[in-house]
Design a protein around this ligand. Sequence first.
Ligand SMILES: *[C@@H]1O[C@H](CO)[C@@H](O)[C@H](O)[C@H]1NC(C)=O
Ligand SMILES: *[C@@H]1O[C@H](CO)[C@@H](O)[C@H](O)[C@H]1NC(C)=O
Ligand SMILES: *[C@@H]1O[C@H](CO)[C@@H](O)[C@H](O)[C@H]1NC(C)=O
Ligand SMILES: *[C@@H]1O[C@H](CO)[C@@H](O)[C@H](O)[C@H]1NC(C)=O
Ligand SMILES: *[C@@H]1O[C@H](CO)[C@@H](O)[C@H](O)[C@H]1NC(C)=O
Ligand SMILES: *[C@@H]1O[C@H](CO)[C@@H](O)[C@H](O)[C@H]1NC(C)=O
Ligand SMILES: *[C@@H]1O[C@H](CO)[C@@H](O)[C@H](O)[C@H]1NC(C)=O
Ligand SMILES: *[C@@H]1O[C@H](CO)[C@@H](O)[C@H](O)[C@H]1NC(C)=O
Ligand SMILES: *[C@@H]1O[C@H](CO)[C@@H](O)[C@H](O)[C@H]1NC(C)=O
Ligand SMILES: *[C@@H]1O[C@H](CO)[C@@H](O)[C@H](O)[C@H]1NC(C)=O
Length: 586
Amino acid sequence: MLVSIAILTAGTAVQVHALEKRQSFNQSLPPIITLNGSTIENPTAYSTPFVLNVEDMWDLFIGPVDSPSLTTTVQATPVPSSELIPPPPLYYSPFPSGAQYPTEQKNESWSFPKDFWWGVAGAAWQVEGAVKAEGRGPSVWDVLAHRVTNFAYENGTADISDNHYYMYKQDIARIAALGVKAYSFSISWSRIMPFGRGPVNQLAIDHYNDLINTCLEYGVIPMATLYHWDTPLALQDTYGGWLSENIVNDFVEYARVCYAAFGDRVDHWFTVNEPSVFCNQYPLPAMYFKNFTIPNIQQPFYCGHHVLLAHSQAYHLGTSMMSNSTIGWKSNGGYKVPLTNSSEDAEAVQRAWDFTEGWWSDPIYLTGDYNDNVKAFVSDFLPPFSDQQKTAILGSADLYAHDAYTAQFNYAPDGGIAACVANSSNPLYPACANTTFTYSPQDGGWLIGPASDPLASWLYKATEWVPPFLHYIKDTWAKDLPIAVSEFGFAEPFERQKSYLQDILFDPIRSSYYHDYMRAILIALSEGVNVVGCLAWSFVDNFEWASAYGVRFGMQYVNFSDPELPRYYKASFFEYKSAFDIYQEK
Ligand SMILES: *[C@@H]1O[C@H](CO)[C@@H](O)[C@H](O)[C@H]1NC(C)=O
Ligand SMILES: *[C@@H]1O[C@H](CO)[C@@H](O)[C@H](O)[C@H]1NC(C)=O
Ligand SMILES: *[C@@H]1O[C@H](CO)[C@@H](O)[C@H](O)[C@H]1NC(C)=O
Ligand SMILES: *[C@@H]1O[C@H](CO)[C@@H](O)[C@H](O)[C@H]1NC(C)=O
Ligand SMILES: *[C@@H]1O[C@H](CO)[C@@H](O)[C@H](O)[C@H]1NC(C)=O
Ligand SMILES: *[C@@H]1O[C@H](CO)[C@@H](O)[C@H](O)[C@H]1NC(C)=O
Ligand SMILES: *[C@@H]1O[C@H](CO)[C@@H](O)[C@H](O)[C@H]1NC(C)=O
Ligand SMILES: *[C@@H]1O[C@H](CO)[C@@H](O)[C@H](O)[C@H]1NC(C)=O
Ligand SMILES: *[C@@H]1O[C@H](CO)[C@@H](O)[C@H](O)[C@H]1NC(C)=O
Ligand SMILES: *[C@@H]1O[C@H](CO)[C@@H](O)[C@H](O)[C@H]1NC(C)=O
């Protein structure tokens, strides 16, 4: 049953076409369109204008949501000094054999510059909760969590999550109490503009204004990401979200509203977060969003194309509106190591870079256009960039910000790269690079490093690859631009199964991840790589997308049975902080 509706708000008319399985509604439904007593044959030929407000969108597309008991902003209370006592030693240094580290002493050749910003990151939809509060419109993720059975682990929703929407003052006070210098948050597009375009919601502006002012009050640098995957549902159902070039103007207009509202106090901006993840999420599950005729395999590349156009325009708008700003975007991907020394595996590594980081980084930092491997695929269906678009894309970032969590091996697909590139049915097409986290059998078949939680099967601790990773980024894309590690972090295995608080707080693998990661950045700095900051993911346990509450990335514990209970620092937070106590220039 195709429901075709028009949203009419404050003088704007937004055509919304949404395909829904009729039985998936649990709300009052629009009437079945019938003609002469029988269901019409081609319902798409008919469209019925409805007037929908934000509440109607929730009722129609999402259904009931949970509300927190706490629905007003909580004032911060001082963090007691008893909570700031670091833990005892967390683990023993291994025997000094092989490549392993000897017992640690301060290394006098290492230091973080005085203005190095170390901080923590989060994202609106993962921490805020209060999904319907104060006029927020739904995003695609509200549909995915509420409507798509088993999409999120144990059918979890982010309705309440950390309730950060009301608890941000205490959350900011707690990170400030450990000396954290920067808080990187994302702004919920559908809070600012409930339909993604059109009316601006002043209550949302007020909220983020207060969040930013609270950061400044505590001496924490606010850093804002405009888009962290929470596409306004109205835009997805109107024209397919990032699949349509229409999103470019809407994103730039949203960016303008945010720069105008917050740019007097926020200097650090990221436009989009991890396009290789959110673009590869297309096609979205069928039957829940507007249907698209674009072939599935092409959809991520339409998305990627519009990301480059939207990002580059938002970058130039931002630099014109804010004189002191640093504007970038967040790239992501693990360091790519060839599985063997064969030339095919070396080529697989190059293709993996080209179809992950390079997909956006080559246009933005090198040429204004796609690399040859991506271009060979997309030129059959995407329009080429105009000279004007290329000029806008090239140089549209003031830094190289990378979410650099892990490393993996790459190798050629079965049957070789050439056969894969010629066969669009190959499951690895078009990148045609296979991936594993284990060394080859000749090299012992060991894992690249300790595994994180099984629900984060993409993440292994592989911190010894961080220095070569940072060198690679500098040599390939950043060149003279500063580099930031804009996300990194670790999911302690099986943490969700622990119920004894003190056991949860003692997180040795996450702690060693931060310890070794900080050493790796120090090594890279000592070798001349200009790393200017790093943002740990994350300051609290939160809603980890499809893994929902099944994995924990927090350096603070949150009790999801009652998210309004106090947060608790885990040992890893102290390990992270210690790196700066010891090594940052005063
Ligand atoms: C439909 O929603 C009502 C509350 O609005 C709830 O009590 C009922 O369990 C829901 N039914 C289904 C099948 O989800
Ligand atoms: C519906 O009924 C009217 C009058 O009986 C008739 O003229 C028309 O062709 C019918 N339409 C359809 C789609 O059957
Ligand atoms: C998730 O929802 C589906 C459909 O309602 C149900 O079959 C399944 O048991 C649920 N899973 C959990 C863990 O609740
Ligand atoms: C920009 O820099 C100038 C000079 O350092 C300063 O006065 C001004 O407050 C800064 N603006 C913002 C938005 O930080
Ligand atoms: C929408 O897509 C789904 C899955 O591809 C398909 O089953 C369905 O028939 C499509 N609906 C329409 C109206 O095209
Ligand atoms: C690849 O490594 C093996 C084992 O280390 C070595 O014997 C071989 O010569 C190397 N091949 C090339 C092409 O470097
Ligand atoms: C990728 O490697 C795995 C493990 O060797 C193998 O089972 C799989 O078939 C490979 N995939 C392709 C498409 O080559
Ligand atoms: C293309 O790949 C598919 C899926 O792996 C395979 O079944 C098919 O045989 C391949 N075609 C050719 C011509 O190799
Ligand atoms: C989480 O909160 C519930 C409900 O208050 C409580 O029973 C449980 O012990 C708490 N868990 C931890 C680890 O503190
Ligand atoms: C100290 O740092 C330098 C530069 O990274 C490195 O070469 C040296 O091995 C380090 N010393 C120790 C004892 O780790």
